[in-house]
Design a protein around this ligand. Structure first.
Ligand code: MCA
Length: 566
């Protein structure tokens, strides 16, 4: 790009920056010297390929979504939390909010994640252990007791049974007297990544996608600020994928949901802002920063050029980041604070919109209150003390980071071609039921391609670790005296007993005929193709349980079984 064009862009950015609202904060170095809100080529310099880098707040958004970077608003501190019953988790949320957490993020227990009630025989021993147990709307009401749902953005990490859980959240808001139309938050919902990596699926892919389509339609029409999909690379990475695989599979999944929305006749500029993303921040500091920057650029380009998105918001890739759980070690667990801080810094330098920092004890158990607080304070130290929120995309223009960004982008594009090619093989006539990328994803799930590729990457890393080429302190190098005398959070089995007995009381108190009629109406919608959200909401209002709702749909649609792989 020539010097004049660069200068034009800078002036455009400056005009937008001047008009934008900034935080009332001190934007100088620790020594008191002023810093610019963004840096670019020196006046008069040319820069080949600068159109791919650009200025913050401008297509292709490599340098961030907002002209002000974090000077307008810092990232959201959103600590993922949940354990035991709804009452215990509600107390933890109040602690997080009181300590400066910016939003809520609900972790559910395994039965809930699998669409089972606490009294299901398969739930035995799991209730309240890896997250909070939610059986019906009454639990959801307790979970958010004294937390005004209209004022706090709430993320819910659940994909298989995301839609009935979302209905419970809407009913909890109704019971608080909050208009569901004003709710803001994020539901994970991303079923592709369940088939690809996390394996908490319920139904066959096709009917499940139809249910997600219903959700997208409902949110686009009635809850405009709510993000019904958090397309997740985190679990793909944690399963062993490389950075480029994480990026490419996740963005491809995102394209799949765009194709789903388009196939339903929705307007891309209306529904695309409801798609958000979730990435892992692993330990290779610069590679991670490059991954985040490449993600924004690729998404914006595909949204504009392939899917016809016209508005900035429909081209924006907004993402939450969690530091890499898989990088934490049980050996010398205090070192995990350092790992997490470095990973969190990469997310911030990559422009994350929202961030969870893992607690130092998370390889061993759910976080204790002390460990959860240190994790939260880690973000606050970065945000308040280090100056990293002063300058947008401070590593833009670094030869290393720009080349890494280009390399990861090129690798991702190669993977998109492989996915498209699978789609063409599945439908050589070009008649894709949803869209070409979706056909490729579904084929890749069916034939075990994604899981095989991830397993191969995981194997290569493990081999490198065992040969000592890759090193982990306390694991294969620097074994030392830092011991782990941590107080671990243990969830009492009384939680399960109480939850089961409470569920029995609620079932005895409800109007069973109303529940049955509502479940029948939901099943009728599943069969006739009408949108299922309204009848599902009625079932939830009648206190139908999660297991009952998912059970009806399991019977109707069939459960998914993973293809055997070797
Ligand atoms: C591993 C574990 C497991 O499986 O067990 C998990 O999965 S845990 C998974 C946990 N997942 C999560 O917690 C997902 C979290 N995701 C989210 O919170 C969302 O989807 C998100 C990534 C889009 C972040 O949303 P957010 O509300 O926190 O932040 P946003 O960036 O959207 O900012 C909020 C508002 O401020 C505006 N805003 C932000 N920065 C600026 C700025 N500089 N100038 C002007 N406006 C600004 C945004 O445009 C937006 O307004 P407007 O909206 O008007 O534009």
């Amino acid at each position: 790009m020539d010097a004049d064009a660069i200068e034009e862009g800078r002036l455009r950015w400056q005009a937008r920056y001047d008009k934008a609202r900034k935080r009332d904060a001190d934007f100088t170095t620790l020594s008191g010297d002023p810093v610019e809100p963004v840096y670019g080529p020196r006046p008069g310099d040319t820069y080949e390929g600068f159109e791919r880098i650009g200025w913050p707040g401008e297509y292709p958004f490599t340098r961030g979504l907002h002209p002000t970077g974090y000077r307008g608003r810092t990232w959201t501190i959103r600590q993922f939390a949940g354990f035991g019953n709804a009452r215990q988790t509600n107390e933890r949320y109040k602690m997080i909010l009181a300590a400066g957490g910016g939003g809520l993020s609900v972790a559910f227990d395994m039965p809930t994640l699998m669409g089972r009630d606490s009294d299901d025989p398969r739930s035995l021993g799991e209730v309240g252990h890896c997250g909070v147990a939610i059986d019906s709307a009454a639990d959801m009401e307790i979970l958010f007791g004294d937390i005004p749902l209209g004022d706090v953005t709430t993320s819910m990490t659940i994909s298989g049974p995301a839609v009935p859980v979302f209905c419970m959240y809407l009913v909890a808001a109704e019971r608080q007297g909050v208009d569901p139309g004003v709710l803001n938050g994020t539901l994970q919902t991303d079923i592709f990544k369940e088939y690809i990596a996390q394996k908490e699926w319920l139904f066959q892919p096709e009917p499940h996608l139809r249910l997600i389509g219903d959700l997208m339609e409902h949110c686009a029409a009635s809850i405009p600020a709510y993000k019904p999909l958090s397309v997740s690379g985190y679990h793909i990475r944690e399963a062993g994928a490389t950075a480029a695989q994480e990026l490419a599979y996740t963005l491809a999944d995102g394209f799949g949901y765009v194709e789903l929305g388009l196939a339903r006749g929705l307007d891309v500029d209306t529904f695309a802002p409801g798609l958000s993303f979730f990435f892992d921040a692993h330990l290779d500091f610069f590679e991670e920063i490059a991954k985040f920057r490449a993600a924004r650029r690729i998404w914006a380009r595909w949204m504009k050029e392939t899917y016809g998105a016209k508005t900035d918001k429909a081209q924006w890739l907004r993402f939450h980041t969690q530091t890499a759980g898989v990088s934490l070690t049980a050996q010398q667990p205090y070192n995990n604070v350092v790992r997490t801080a470095v990973e969190a810094l990469s997310a911030v330098l990559g422009g994350t919109n929202s961030l969870h920092t893992n607690a130092l004890d998370e390889t061993l158990a759910l976080p204790s209150e002390l460990a959860a607080e240190i994790a939260l304070r880690t973000q606050q130290v970065l945000m308040e003390e280090t100056g990293v929120a002063n300058v947008a995309d401070p590593l833009g223009g670094s030869w290393y980071v720009e080349q890494l960004t280009d390399r990861i982008e090129a690798e991702a594009e190669k993977i998109f071609d492989q996915i498209k090619e699978r789609g063409t093989r599945a439908h050589p006539d070009g008649q894709h039921p949803i869209g070409p990328i979706t056909s490729g994803i579904l084929r890749g799930i069916e034939d075990g391609w994604f899981t095989g590729e991830i397993a191969e990457s995981a194997f290569q890393y493990q081999r490198a670790l065992e040969k000592g080429d890759k090193r982990v302190v306390g694991v294969n190098v620097h074994h030392g005296s830092v011991t782990g005398d941590l107080e671990i959070l243990r969830v009492s089995h009384e939680v399960e007993r109480d939850q089961v007995s409470q569920l029995a009381d609620r079932k005895a108190a409800r109007d069973d005929a109303r529940v049955t009629a509502a479940l029948d109406a939901m099943l009728a919608a599943a069969r006739d193709g009408s949108n299922m959200i309204a009848p599902m909401l009625d079932a939830v209002r009648a206190e139908a349980t999660l297991g009952e709702i998912c059970g009806v749909l399991r019977d109707e649609w069939g459960v998914y079984t993973e293809p055997p792989g070797f």
